[in-house]
Structure formats: structure tokens, C-alpha cells
Design a protein. Sequence first.
Length: 115
Amino acid sequence: QLQASGGGLVQPGGSLRLSCAASGGILVLDFMRWYRQAQGKERELVAAVSRSGGTLYAASVKGRFTISKDNDKNTFYLQMNSLKPEDTAVYYCNGYEIANEKGYWGQGTLVTVSS
């Protein structure tokens, strides 16, 4: 299972760091992603990173968000800078394990950007 944390209320222009920790028998996450879902909207991919380090970002967050990982801790992160009100959403982490051909979702963490 995946455990997401780090959400909260932040003012526009502020920063937050989300974490997603794997546990419960997940040995190696090969692909790690952050999604978000704003109220009334569909879930969208925000950022992705592979175990080898390749990254991908949605155009709306490129240059402001950074996805990273710690293979030893089986944990990945989303550093969010220069936050905007439109970044307000529930953020979900997602991971895929090639060895077991299994995907996992975290429970979601709410990020609210508001003054």
C-alpha cells in the first residue's frame, strides 16, 4: 500500500512537499506518479518518475513542481513551489511494481491554495 502525506493549506506563492511511502510488501516501485483531482474535475496526471530517474510533468506544473524519489526508502515526493489557487486539489500518489504486475494508489492528501 501507499501512504500519502504532506497536504495542507498554503497561501498563493507558497510551497508544500508531498510524500508517498510504500509499505506492506511492496518491494520495488518501478514507476511512480502523482495525480490530482480538483472538485468537479477529472483526475489528471501531475508528474511521474521512473526508477531509473526519467521524469515527466504536466504543462501546468512544469518549472514549479519537482518529483523525486528515494529508492532505499521506497518513497517518492512532490515538491510544489509557487503554488497557485488552481493547484487546489486532492493529490493522489500511484505506483507500479513490475515484478508483481501490480499498481497501487495512496489515499489522497488535500492541498488548498488560498489567501
